[in-house]
Write a protein that binds this ligand. Sequence first.
Ligand code: FDA
Length: 341
Amino acid sequence: MTSAPYRLTCVLFGTPPNGAVGRLRRSLASMSLLREPLLLLSRSQQVKKLVSTMPVSAGIVRSYVPGESTGSAVDATAELVDKGLSVTLDFLGEDTLDAAQADATVTAYLELLQQLAARGLARSAEVSVKLSAIGQALPDSGHKTALENARTICRAARNAGTTVTLDMEDHTTTDSTLSILRELRKDFPETGAVLQAYLHRTEADCRALAYEGSRVRLCKGAYNEPESVAYQDTIDVDRSYVRCLKILLAGQGYPMIATHDPRMVEIASSLAARYGREQGTYEFQMLYGIRPEEQARLAASGETMRVYLPYGEEWYGYLMRRLAERPQNLSFFVKSLISKK
Ligand code: FDA
């Protein structure tokens, strides 16, 4: 019988002949070709089952997801806050088609917010929520259920002394997510939004959201989108990111600059200076485990640096999207599967 890691390697790359692992590593140099397959795999139930048999402590998983329990996420938050970083926590889970599962996600956020408040962390740590994890994808009642559930989380966040940001998912959900955001902001104007620079529509969305009090996280975008709605070339996505940065930094809102790209960080810093933005009127954001030295450098230079910290058992889709962004890490991932460490 073959092991689960071996079977996963076969699903990813086909059955390797003798010595193939070495050749596999060498071929990882041309990994950009793997972005689309990896994003497809992020939705494959078969591969999910195989990968999810790994304990979360396995090498690369642990480096992106600090734990599965609320306690471990709050401990990791405390460590980051001690280092002068801010945090946004994401309870992992998406595409829920089950109302009970959506309720369980809401309960997890309520427990998290209560623990953040009890540990005195709510001033430095907020939460990020995927609407598909709290019911947006439910047939018929999705929009309404997600809005009600998001309201419950926003209320708990406010009581705890912190805020909520709504993550943005694939383009079929953008209108619904922005409409839920508008509804939520009537009662909870502090609720943050995410816009994805790879979408053609995003410059217009930036203009619409660059008003006073509006918190907008700008990222490049992590899903596999068709060219009818999204730029396909890196250079076009980067150009769009810069145009969006200009709109947000010149506007009246609170831009949250979410990128690990050194060029984008540099451009954002000079645009902030050009538009007379003081530190603290915008912030940088990066994912847990990615470029930690740069995170520390930005915080030490007086910038607000927020780390996006995902936790929970449903880490598979998140991990696959991270691997799709940086397929070099796949070599490390496959090695950790094979050695079962
Ligand atoms: P990109 O992947 O284009 O890489 C550009 C350069 O950055 C690289 O050449 C390298 O120099 C550097 N770099 C990138 N990754 C690195 C690594 N692992 N190690 C070292 N250097 C690295 N997406 C989405 O669709 N919806 C959402 O709600 C969010 N939310 C979100 C929150 C936060 C806080 C972040 C940081 C990101 C998101 N994203 C997201 C993901 C985002 O859309 C995007 O997929 C990733 O951030 C990758 O794009 P980058 O801008 O980081 O650079």
